[in-house]
Design a protein around this ligand. Structure first.
Ligand SMILES: O=C(O)CCC(=O)C(=O)O
Ligand SMILES: [Mn+2]
Length: 213
């Protein structure tokens, strides 16, 4: 497996998972889950999505992109929850803040095909993911789609970090395991991914202030 992939089991304990789930429900009440479609073909994804943060990832017949508004309500995305900002500061090892949190909902029989997250302009920042609800069989491979893959079970409360060389690794969800968690009353799984989208400039010291008087 490529360097820079980390799997932190049980990062969020049960009470924190419930709090995070409440946050997700509040976000969805403001920014409803929508069904993205594949570029060109318009074929719907099996997962449903929404976002929080300044930017959100969307996909439709015209392509993949980040935008600052929900594609159906045209409202700005709800703010990124403080718990997730704190998680980023704890595990990202990167100076800037995340700008987007993509929320995927996996119901029964859904999956996510192998892909690389490549719609961001700054690949030095990792993608940090949180799993809530049913277990998922996650795969992570190499820089080419045909490279060998490692399969890992992501359980509720787990955090995964795709950083370093693994930032551009192919990854996806083969399937979820129904009934493996009782966190979500409706069953299924939420996955949250924190992303830096735009490039980050290190703050330039204010020379006038540091020069002294
Ligand atoms: O659901 C997951 O664990 C992975 C999600 C993912 O790769 C993505 O949203 O880009
Ligand atoms: Mn991804």
């Amino acid at each position: 497996m490529l360097r820079g992939f980390r799997h932190i089991r049980g990062y969020f304990k049960d009470p924190q998972q419930l709090e995070l789930l409440e946050e997700i429900r509040r976000i969805i009440a403001q920014a409803p889950l929508f069904s993205p479609a594949m570029p060109r073909t318009g074929k719907p994804f099996s997962v449903q999505m929404t976002n929080a943060g300044a930017l959100g990832w969307v996909s439709d017949i015209s392509g993949y992109r980040y935008q600052d508004r929900h594609p159906e309500t045209a409202e700005p995305w709800p703010p990124l929850p403080a718990t997730l900002r704190a998680l980023w500061r704890d595990v990202a090892d990167w100076p800037g803040d995340p700008e987007a949190c993509l929320i995927n909902y996996y119901g029964q029989g859904t999956r996510m095909g192998s892909h690389v997250d490549r719609d961001e302009s700054d690949f030095s920042a990792p993608v940090v993911s949180v799993s809530l609800g049913d277990d998922a069989i996650f795969h992570v491979g190499g820089l080419r789609r045909s490279d060998p893959k490692t399969r890992i079970v992501l359980s509720s409360g787990d955090v995964a970090v795709l950083g370093g060389s693994a930032r551009k690794a192919y990854h996806g969800i083969d399937r979820i395991i129904p009934g493996s968690s009782d966190l979500l009353t409706e069953g299924g799984r939420f996955n949250l991914t924190l992303r830096r989208v735009t490039t980050y400039q290190n703050p330039v010291p204010d020379l006038d202030r540091t020069r002294g008087t």
